[in-house]
Ligand binder design. Sequence first.
Ligand code: NAI
Ligand code: MG
Length: 482
Amino acid sequence: MSEPTVHPNRIGGEERLGDDVRTVRNPSDLEEVVGRFARAGAADVADAVEAARAAAPAWGARPGPDRARILAAAAGELRERADELGTLLSREEGKTLAEGIGEFRRAAELFDYYAQEAYRPVGTLLDSARPGVGIEVRHAPIGVVGVITPWNFPVAIPAWKIAPALAYGNAVVFKPAEQAPASAWHLCDVLIRAGLPDGVLNLVIGSGREVGAAIAEHPGVDGVTFTGSTEIGRALAATVAGRLGKVQLELGGKNALVVLDDADLDVAVECAVQGAYGSTGQRCTASSRLIATRGVHDAFVEALAERLRSLRVGHALDPEVFYGPVASEAQLRQDLAYLEIGEAEGATALVRGGEIDAGRPGHYLSPTLFVGARPEMRIAQEEIFGPVATVLEAQDLDDALRIANDSPYGLVAAVATRSLAAAERFKREAEVGMTMVNLPTAGQEAHAPFGGAKASSYGPREQGRYAREFFTTARTAYVRAG
Ligand code: NAI
Ligand code: MG
């Protein structure tokens, strides 16, 4: 398939070029242009909402199995083209090729899952207390859904929002992250060609401040689902709730991996390497706090540092690299700033990361491991979103839980232990939405509910059947026969 010179926005069945274009470059090689994308503005959002409102009733009225055929066809094409599109994803975002391909496969899986979901029951029946009367509860679409997504999972996050939105009968206005719109553009292209009627899925690529804000403010958008930073999410929720719209947020994390004295050390180190440094640490589920109890602390830190020193960082398409470049200049600056903050706070960088020369002009950053840190330090409290982890020493499980819970966030927490009793306590007492036992904090599956506690999430859970809560509304009907 030939790539358009400028990728247009998709509004109501039209391909629309704006008067502004953004060029996206490969973070592994800044000399390489990944694509050029038309930038939408607030007026385009108004048109997209109008198109979505016009399309929503007919789409919502279609039988689920009929909607399912289109989602399943899209899943098929996403799977078939996973190598090609996954390569594009790695080129625009900088994650490894295996991860880029894996992410497109995940998107296919999500569309398959929600295609099936469109065949399942759409409600429940209740007996009335009155003879001859029945009560029906139907999960009806909410109407028009605004989808606003970040750059770090440029196809998986859009897929896990758009697939349920469409499956449950909603029309969508979608704004991907400007830094990585290529995967999102192809996702929409595949879905539209699979047979979505005009206006059911609208793509508006543009800035958060203009296009994102216009979606949040528009009274024609019945609900907004957002993934990104806590700061932006909080303001967006206030805007949407202020006009009584429905809102769902998935935000940051400062996730803890707790390593107890009885842990299998190899498992613990592997969980830390994968969880904290995989995807260049740019995951909301990254375990950027490593809490080790006294008896294992030194051995854990030593073994982890050893692994980190031999970790290969480089071009995302090089099959030998463990992680690729940082996704953007802004993110690189943020990561580097935190290295200085950590040192100024008095923590020790046992492994000190820095910009590295990987042969091509890119945002390459080697891993950092801070030790000797205290829980109140900024590097132990704030989301860095890079290949940086901070080790905190704990006395025992009680102390480790206290430290783990001393966070404004609560997305996911992991424990490495051989004790069933300790794992049970951890599952119950970690103040998070998801726990992992002897597994990295990252690696959630598409059919299980995803989301967190405290400042990590707001509104109903995403993924699996739980997605129905946000993307539908209950309509209760009382019926007397005759
Ligand atoms: P962000 O929160 O600014 O962007 C996320 C999405 O929201 C993007 O599509 C953006 O264009 C949009 N947006 C920005 N301002 C908006 C506004 N006023 N109204 C509506 N939409 C708006 O995140 P950004 O700047 O990409 O990353 C900054 C930090 O956020 C990262 O360093 C990281 O700490 C955190 N983050 C967390 C993510 C997660 O998965 N939880 C994902 C991305 C970022
Ligand atoms: Mg931002």
